[in-house]
Design a protein around this ligand. Structure first.
Ligand code: F6R
Length: 613
């Protein structure tokens, strides 16, 4: 949902900004722009389309300033066009701004500014910001940098909605002000340079030391100095956080696409996420939580809240937590939960899953649950992300940076972490027998090896993708845990191949949807739960009789003559089956997208981190 970057230091800003921007393009890619300061004058260059278009703009090589801001856009207000691209400046061309988020009261602010003589050149909500800063600055009798800071702060207090903002000014060419509220932004630092970005991976090749801002904290940045202020502009201290991710973790490293690389990183992601928390001889250890039997015994419901793929991981979590801990678990979509007046109180434990940790709906849902008295746990892949700062407790997947828009390794890491959490709760509550727990732990520890083995299905999947890539509809079926896998597989296919796909609980099909099955339609079925296999196979027979082409994913022996294609993955227990069964289905979506010649990593209309409602 838009990416913003910034640089201030001794080097020319433009090449650094464009490099940062190209690494952040997964956040939005319908237009891009850059602004630097040369000889006390603001320059702005922008265009529709991808970041690479900026390199071809006339005059881009003349941007020699050592301070700059840049933006890659995912349009919300106003279509993708040059006028609507960021950066935006005020009428006097004194302040230049990039913004990620949504200004909800921009109509009212725009009317107020128009009444005061300001003109607007774009349809964006953002354009009110530089003009509002100018409005406040011109009212202050303070021409010092403190006046600049005060004007930005007064502007931010007028804004409703979410924003991460970077501001530069021709009046203060050696200063940049950044601020965030409900939108992500990090400040990387090293000696006499400051790098600003919406996400950590975009600037990992420059620094691994970061400052994190809380809502409505302001940073005044100069080459060799970062000064922080609270909302009342009282100076505050901030420590840097060292991030363990390496710069190569956010490179393709020889893979054609990030998505393929990330699929192949899953054994490592699972190993790292398990870390030292699981061992056969000792209890599962979540020091970050430190829950007691006394507390867990008071819990009468667990809510798992997330969006998209993370919500699908939550469904796998429900299955294992309910079975091992005997606590009812409700899984909800964050954007629904927050408006349904959910029944949440101090007896509810609420778990929020977000790879990015910045999804607006998930953060809002978390705030609501906290307000209702529930303890909240954030599961995120990004240390210091907004969700982790809001929650009572945070636990992390260690999948490394996920750059492809379609989530793969984050999903499987979330599923393993939820399984670990279920074991942890169950060991405290003593709700499962020791042998069950030991066998789950053994299976968890064996998973990375089994994922490696699963990759051997690659060629068969590639061949199957060639057969079906031109289809208009694909259906996914499963029962129980297999239905949750079908849901995730269906989402993966539609988002990167643009093929319409649906997932169904296998037994539900004949209550209406089977009417859609006709000669040649592809039906993919997940058969990982042995206890439900026979029933689901009967449903597959029903679609075969109506002419469907079938692909089956299973870890059990199966009559191969029955289906057009069977992919057999290594056996695992049903709690962990989403992790193995999704691998061939991630590869299926990937190879279909490649066969269609699409941009796998940056599918149309999507962005990696959904920081608006
Ligand atoms: C799909 C996908 C999305 C995300 C969803 C939540 O492949 O990536 O459905 O899972 O937007 O994102 P996070 O986990 O960052 O909150």
């Amino acid at each position: 949902m838009c990416g913003i970057v910034g640089y201030i230091g001794p080097e020319g800003a433009a090449p650094i900004l464009m490099d940062e921007l190209s690494r952040l393009e997964y956040r939005g890619y319908d237009s891009a722009g850059i602004s630097t300061i040369e000889k006390n004058k603001i320059s702005i260059m922008k265009d529709v389309g991808r970041v690479k278009n900026l390199y071809n703009l006339d005059g881009i090589d003349d941007l020699t300033g050592t301070i700059g801001i840049a933006h890659t856009r995912w349009a919300t207000h106003g279509k993708p066009s040059k006028e609507n691209s960021h950066p935006h400046q005020d009428n006097s061309k004194t302040f230049s701004v990039v913004h990620n988020g949504i200004i909800e009261n921009f109509h009212e602010l725009r009317n107020m500014l128009e009444e005061n003589g300001y003109n607007f050149l774009s349809q964006t909500d953002t354009e009110v910001i530089p003009n509002l800063i100018h409005y406040h600055y011109s009212k202050l009798q303070d021409n010092s940098v403190h006046g600049f800071l005060q004007a930005v702060r007064n502007c931010c207090l007028d804004l409703k909605g979410s924003f991460a903002i970077e501001v530069i000014s021709s009046l203060f060419p050696e200063n940049m002000i950044v601020v965030r509220k409900d939108s992500p932004l990090v400040i990387g630092t090293c000696e006499d340079e400051k790098y600003i970005s919406s996400d950590i991976p975009a600037i990992l090749s420059y620094t691994r030391d970061f400052y994190f801002l809380n809502d409505l904290e302001f940073a005044l940045l100069q080459n060799n100095k970062a000064t922080f202020f609270d909302t009342n502009l009282h100076e505050i201290n901030k420590q840097t956080n060292n991030i363990e991710w390496t710069a190569t973790a956010s490179e393709k490293n020889g893979y054609e696409d990030f998505m393929l690389k990330e699929i192949y990183e899953q054994p490592t992601a699972i190993r790292e996420t398990i870390g030292s928390k699981i061992s056969i001889d000792s209890k599962c250890n979540f020091e970050e939580l430190n829950f007691t039997k006394e507390y867990l015994s008071t819990i009468d419901k667990i809510y798992i809240i997330a969006c998209g793929t993370a919500m699908h991981a939550g469904l796998a979590g429900k299955n294992v937590i309910e079975k091992l801990c005997r606590i009812p678990v409700e899984v909800d979509i964050a954007s629904e939960f927050r408006y349904r007046s959910p029944i949440v109180n101090e007896k509810t434990l609420s778990i929020f899953i977000s790879q990015s940790g910045e999804t607006a709906d998930t953060i809002a849902a978390l705030k609501l649950a906290k307000h209702c008295g529930s303890k909240t746990i954030a599961i995120s892949n990004v240390i210091g992300s907004s969700i982790t700062r809001e929650a009572n407790y945070s636990i992390y997947t260690h999948a490394g940076p996920e750059i492809a828009v379609a989530s793969t390794k984050a999903y499987t890491s979330q599923v393993i972490l939820l399984n670990m959490l279920a074991v942890y709760f169950s060991e405290i509550l003593e709700t499962s027998d020791k042998d069950t727990i030991i066998s789950i732990k053994k299976e968890m520890l064996d998973l990375p090896k089994k994922i490696e083995e699963t990759f051997s299905c690659k060629d068969s999947i590639k061949e199957f993708a060639k057969k079906i890539y031109q289809e208009k509809d694909v259906f996914f079926l499963g029962r129980g845990i297999d239905e949750t896998i079908a849901k995730e597989a269906s989402l993966k296919l539609k988002e990167i191949s643009y093929i319409h796909s649906e997932s169904y609980a296998a037994g539900e099909l004949k209550h209406g949807s089977i009417a859609l099955i006709e000669n040649g339609v592809t039906v993919v079925t997940v058969l990982m739960d042995k206890s439900l296999m026979e029933k689901t196979i009967s449903n597959v027979q029903e679609v075969i009789s109506r002419g469907a082409k079938t692909l089956v994913i299973t870890c059990h022996p199966c009559d191969s003559n029955m289906f057009d294609e069977i992919i057999t993955v290594p056996y695992t227990i049903q709690y962990l089956s989403p992790i193995l069964a999704i691998i061939p289905l991630q590869l299926l979506a990937y190879y279909i997208s490649k066969e269609k010649g699409l941009d796998v990593d940056k599918p149309r209309n999507l962005a990696k981190s959904v920081t608006v409602e």
